[in-house]
Write a protein that binds this ligand. Structure first.
Ligand code: GLN
Length: 445
C-alpha cells in the first residue's frame, strides 16, 4: 500500500472512528526508510495504550489526553526493526476496560461491517482499522478477550499469545497478571508472521520467558488427522445464540469428516470465570491506576491543596466504567473483604487453571465459540455493566490460565454480522493454534 492509498482509506473510514491519532510526518519518514525486513512497509495500527515514541498514549482517557509517549514499547521497536510502518494509534475502551469500544473519551468506534453495531472491545479501533482495510494489521491488548472479541465482531483474525510470550514493556498496565499484547490481522499466516517478530524474552519485562521463538509462519502445515480436539460442554450451553452454535459446529463437523478426533471434555470451573475475572482484574486495576493522580502524568486539576488535586484530577479525568472498576477493586482488597473476595478468587483461579491442565492431557487443543452472540447494537449495553461483562464469558478463562488462543472468522449470521471460532492451546503452543487455524481456513464449508 502506498501512503496515498493509506490516507484515502483513512478518509473513507473516518465515520468508523477507529483512530485517535495519525502522525503523517512520521509515516512519510518511515516509508522512505522501511523498504527491508520481513514486514517491509506493512502498515500496522497500534492501540493507544501501547507506547510509540512521540505519539499519543491516551488510553482513550481524558486523564491522559495530552500525554505523548517518550519512548517505544518493545513490540513497537521490534516492528520498526522488521520494516513495518506504524500507521497510527487506534481507539479503544478507556484503559482497555470494556467490550464495545463505546467507553472512549474520543467517542465510540463503529462496527466495520454494520455501523449501527458495536465494534467490540476493548481493542475495537484496531479490529475495525484492519477489517475496513485501512491497515494491514494492528496490535491490541488482551486482558480478558479484548483482541479476540472485537476480531470476532468484525470478521478478522485475533490472536492472544501465551502470557510471557510477548514483552509488555511500554503497554499501559490494566491487570498485570493477565495483560498480554495481541495481534489483529486478516489471516492466520499474517498473525504468525507478526508474532515471530514481536515475541521473545525482554530484559525490560520480567514476565517474559526464554522460550525459543520458532519461525511460526514456516511451520503452518499439518494433517487434519494429526489432531485431537476437545469441545468443552460448558461453552455450548444456554446463552449461546443459535447462529454462533451452528457456525462453530459446522467447522467442527468438517474437521471430524476430514479425520480429526473430536472429544467432548469438561472445564468444570467455567461458571466462576466471569466473577473471578472481574474481582482479580479490578483489584489489579485499582492498584495500577493509582499513579494517575495529577502529579506525573496528563491531566492536573489545579489544587487548593494536595488532597483536592488528587480527588479533582481523578474525578474529572476518569470515565464512569474506570471509576466503577477502581471502586470495585479497592473494595475487594480492603481489610475484612480481602479473604472473602480477592483471596477466594485467586484460589478458584488455580482450580480453573488445573481444569485446562487436565484437559490438555487428552487433547491437543480446545475449540469454542469466541462470544455467545454476534455484535450487539450501539447503546444496547452501555448502561448495563453486567450484560456487558457477560460478553467475555468464553474469553476470560484463557487469560486467567495464561494460555494462547485465536479467534477466526467462520461465517456470518442472518444480519450479515461476523461469527468467531476460538482455538485454545497449551501454554507456548502457539504453533498448534496456527496449524489448526490454517486447516480451518482451508475447510470448504
Ligand atoms: N471486556 C473485558 C473487560 O472489560 C476485557 C478487557 C480486555 O481484555 N482488555 O475487562
Amino acid at each position: 500500500m502506498t501512503i496515498s492509498d493509506f490516507l484515502e482509506r483513512v478518509q473513507n473510514a473516518k465515520p468508523l472512528n477507529a483512530f485517535i491519532s495519525i502522525d503523517q510526518t512520521h509515516i512519510r519518514e518511515q516509508y522512505e526508510k522501511q523498504a527491508e525486513g520481513s514486514l517491509a512497509r506493512v502498515f500496522i495500527g497500534i492501540k493507544d495504550n501501547i507506547s510509540v515514541q512521540g505519539q499519543t498514549l491516551s488510553c482513550a482517557s481524558h486523564i491522559l489526553e495530552n500525554f505523548i509517549s517518550p519512548y517505544d514499547a518493545t513490540v513497537v521497536k521490534k516492528l520498526k526493526n522488521a520494516g513495518a510502518i506504524i500507521a497510527g494509534k487506534t481507539n479503544m475502551d478507556e484503559f482497555a476496560m470494556g467490550s464495545s469500544s463505546e467507553y472512549s473519551h474520543y467517542s465510540a468506534v463503529r462496527n466495520a461491517v454494520h455501523p449501527e453495531y458495536v465494534a467490540g472491545g476493548s481493542s475495537g479501533g484496531s479490529a475495525v482499522a484492519v477489517a475496513a482495510g485501512v491497515v494491514d494489521a494492528a496490535l491490541g491488548s488482551d486482558t480478558g478477550g479484548s483482541v479476540r472479541q472485537p476480531a470476532s465482531y468484525n470478521g478478522i483474525v485475533g490472536m492472544k499469545p501465551t502470557y510471557g510470550r510477548v514483552s509488555r514493556y511500554g503497554l499501559v498496565a490494566f491487570a498485570s497478571s493477565l495483560d498480554q499484547i495481541g495481534i489483529m490481522s486478516t489471516s492466520v499466516e499474517n498473525s504468525a508472521k507478526i508474532l515471530e517478530v514481536i515475541a521473545g524474552e525482554d530484559p525490560l519485562d520480567a514476565t517474559t520467558v526464554p522460550e525459543p521463538v520458532r519461525t511460526f509462519s514456516k511451520n503452518m502445515e499439518s494433517q487434519v488427522s494429526d489432531w485431537k480436539i476437545g469441545l468443552p460442554k460448558e461453552y455450548f450451553t444456554e446463552g449461546l445464540s443459535e447462529s454462533v452454535r451452528q457456525a462453530v459446529n459446522t467447522k467442527v463437523e468438517a474437521l471430524k469428516a476430514a479425520g480429526a478426533t473430536i472429544v467432548p471434555i469438561s472445564l468444570p470451573h467455567t461458571e466462576y470465570a466471569i466473577s473471578i475475572y472481574y474481582i482479580i482484574t479490578s483489584a489489579e486495576a485499582s492498584s495500577n491506576l493509582a499513579r494517575y493522580d495529577g502529579v506525573r502524568y496528563g491531566l492536573r486539576h489545579e489544587p487548593s491543596d494536595l488532597m483536592d488535586m488528587y480527588t479533582q484530577t481523578r474525578a474529572n479525568g476518569f470515565g464512569s466504567e474506570v471509576k466503577r472498576r477502581i471502586m470495585l477493586g479497592t473494595y475487594v482488597l480492603s481489610s475484612g473483604y480481602y479473604d472473602a473476595y480477592y483471596d477466594k478468587a485467586q484460589r478458584v483461579r488455580r482450580l480453573l487453571q488445573s481444569d485446562f491442565t487436565q484437559a490438555f492431557q487428552s487433547v491437543d487443543a480446545i475449540i469454542t465459540p469466541t462470544t455467545p452472540t454476534t455484535a450487539f447494537k450501539r447503546g444496547e449495553k452501555i448502561d448495563d455493566p453486567l450484560a456487558m461483562y457477560l460478553n467475555d464469558i468464553y474469553t476470560v478463562s484463557v487469560n486467567l490460565a495464561g494460555l494462547p488462543a485465536v479467534s477466526l472468522p467462520v461465517g456470518t449470521d442472518d444480519k450479515g454480522l461476523p461469527i468467531g471460532l476460538q482455538i485454545i492451546a497449551p501454554a507456548f503452543k502457539e504453533e498448534t493454534i496456527f496449524k489448526i487455524g490454517t486447516l480451518i481456513e482451508r475447510l470448504k464449508s
